[in-house]
Write a protein that binds this ligand. Structure first.
Ligand code: KG4
Ligand code: ZN
Length: 349
């Protein structure tokens, strides 16, 4: 039987379902974004997120199964995001997954959302081997991880305050770009020919692999106030700020990622999470790594941001490695990568 696994993602503001098999690859994936729902509130409203997951999730699961040409009982398992994320939102996915698992008599497994992001490049035709360094840059997390193999993670550094995506979102809001601001800010930045402001490169000079983005955000706020003192900012001025901010973030992420490669001696870098969709970051990393013998891997942009495919993949790997299913619903606002068991325990010998 094909080892197809259904993946369910409801950790934040995306409702998604996908079917993946280790033999056949991605068989289907469906996604509903809640952007329009939260936009008028300027950010994610957890209660609205949970309710919208409730109303959309079952339909997406049915569609993903139909696209894959499978009936529920034919699945090898169901994987859902068990955390980290918004607890109410996580409960929606976990409850449905456990209920369907009981009805269809298939094992159900909770997947760590960060692990799912890290493994997303394995959805691509030319996936990286191991070991590698992963730069995980999402709305909620910014971290560098030494990945010896799937499931074997050592966190090398993380943000002390705001995540990179969060900083993108906050600066976007400051520039009147609404929510979610990252992609809009990147578009505005691309319209500027240069970066006119020298914003700080947070912690780039400090030793180590931790990040901090709240000081940069404050520097941008002060610059906006200073410029606004002589009248409202036109598009060119706003684009200049966006570009200068983006350069500061890209410099910081690139600098620390290179430092992590040096520190570990690994030749492969994986960039995952929503900010991994940023084209300027991709350009800079490509330029820095060119000719160095080191390679950088990304999931395609739709698998950088939250999706069900990466959850199905992570679940398929864990189930294939013998991880047990559970009928208890896992919904953990916090869940560190280093708590995870190795995917292939025999690798530990
Ligand atoms: O991984 P993700 O979908 O959700 C979390 O798990 O947090 O990441 C979403 C984050 C948001 O902060 C969004 O603004 C940011 O990724 N983002 C971007 C871009 N596309 C999404 N930031 C910068 N440039 C982009 N092109
Ligand atoms: Zn995410």
């Amino acid at each position: 039987m094909d080892r197809a696994v259904l993946g369910i993602e409801t950790s934040c503001d995306e409702t998604a379902a996908a079917v993946y098999s280790l033999q056949g690859g991605l068989l289907s994936h469906r996604l509903h974004s809640q952007v329009a729902l939260h936009a008028r509130h300027g950010g994610v409203v957890p209660e609205l997120a949970s309710r919208d997951h409730v109303s959309k999730l079952l339909g997406l699961v049915e569609a993903a199964l139909a696209d894959a040409g499978l009936e529920g009982p034919e699945l090898a398992g169901i994987a859902y995001t068990g955390g980290p994320g918004l607890v109410g939102a996580l409960l929606v996915g976990g409850t449905l997954a456990v209920g369907l698992g009981l009805a269809w008599r298939v094992p159900v497994i909770a997947v760590n959302h960060l692990e799912a992001h890290l493994l997303a490049p394995m959805l691509e035709p030319d996936p990286p081997g191991y070991p590698l360094v992963a730069l995980l840059v999402s709305g909620g997390h910014t971290m560098l991880v030494d990945v010896a193999a799937p499931g074997r993670y050592r966190v090398l550094g993380a943000t002390l305050d705001d995540a990179a995506g969060e900083a993108f979102d906050k600066v976007a809001k400051l520039l009147g770009l609404g929510y979610p601001g990252g992609p809009a800010l990147a578009r505005l930045a691309a319209s500027a020919s240069a970066a006119p402001h020298a914003f700080p490169r947070p912690m780039l000079r400090a030793p180590g692999l931790d990040f901090s983005f709240s000081g940069l955000k404050t520097a941008v706020l002060l610059k906006v106030r200073e410029l606004e003192a002589s009248g409202p900012l036109d598009t060119v001025a706003r684009a200049g700020i966006a570009r200068s901010f983006e350069e500061a973030v890209v410099d910081t992420l690139t600098g620390k990622a290179l430092r992590a490669l040096d520190a570990t001696g690994h030749q492969r870098l994986v960039v995952a999470g929503g900010v991994g969709a940023n084209l300027r970051l991709r350009e800079r990393l490509a330029a820095e790594l060119a000719g160095s013998g080191r390679s950088v891997y990304y999931p395609r942009p739709e698998y950088c941001t939250d999706n069900g495919a990466m959850v199905a993949l992570a679940g398929a790997l864990r189930l294939a490695a013998g991880a047990p299913g559970s009928r208890e619903v896992t919904a953990r606002p916090r869940w560190d990568l280093e708590e995870l068991a190795p995917v292939w325990p025999e690798d530990d010998r």
